[in-house]
Design a binder for this molecule. Structure first.
Ligand code: HEC
Length: 145
């Protein structure tokens, strides 16, 4: 495995760990954080397989991919209400640049859909696109913790 893949996998594992940290009370914010947690959990499943931490399992990989495809399709709907909460790490820029934010959500959806989960190599190759889509959006629209 290439070093860049290892770094990505480590990043995913860390993101998955951070997932439980923010606990918003506003139900709309909570719902979008839970959507992200679902995305992170399933990205973690793929990342652990890609990194060799867990054995490759085509059915589990397909399930995780399907979950990311489904959850990423809901990003726009979950963020659209512009709800706020002290525990939210969303930047206000999201709603000021709404079309761009939606585009970044679509990019994750497309990257996940394009992943070939029938082989380990396919999952490894697809992780770059998926991880890149998370990073691209978080860098612009998420307050770093
Ligand atoms: C279109 C933009 C976008 C994409 C794509 C995106 N995220 Fe997020 N993510 C956000 C925003 C915005 C928040 C902050 C939500 C809040 O607290 O209001 C967030 C929050 C999170 C959180 C913290 C959730 C919590 O419980 O507080 C995790 C974990 C996360 N994202 C993981 C991921 C992973 C992994 C990917 C890629 C597979 C990803 N995200 C893709 C925008 C995005």
């Amino acid at each position: 495995m290439k070093l860049s893949t290892k770094v990505l996998v480590l990043g995913f594992t860390m993101m998955a760990g951070v997932a439980i940290a923010a606990e918003a009370t506003d139900p709309t914010v909570k719902a979008r954080q839970e959507l992200m947690d679902t995305i992170a959990m399933n990205t973690g499943i793929l990342g652990k397989m890609a990194g060799g931490e867990n054995p490759f399992d085509a059915a589990a990989a397909e399930g995780a991919k399907a979950a990311i495809v489904a959850a990423s399709a809901e990003i726009a709907a979950k963020f659209e209400p512009q709800a706020s909460d002290p525990k939210s790490t969303s930047k206000e820029d999201i709603w000021a640049n709404w079309d761009d934010f939606v585009k970044k959500g679509d990019a994750l959806n497309a990257a996940a859909a394009a992943m070939d989960t029938t082989t380990l190599e396919g999952v490894q190759a697809g992780m770059g696109g998926v991880g890149g889509a998370c990073k691209d959006c978080h860098t612009t629209y998420r307050i770093p913790s």
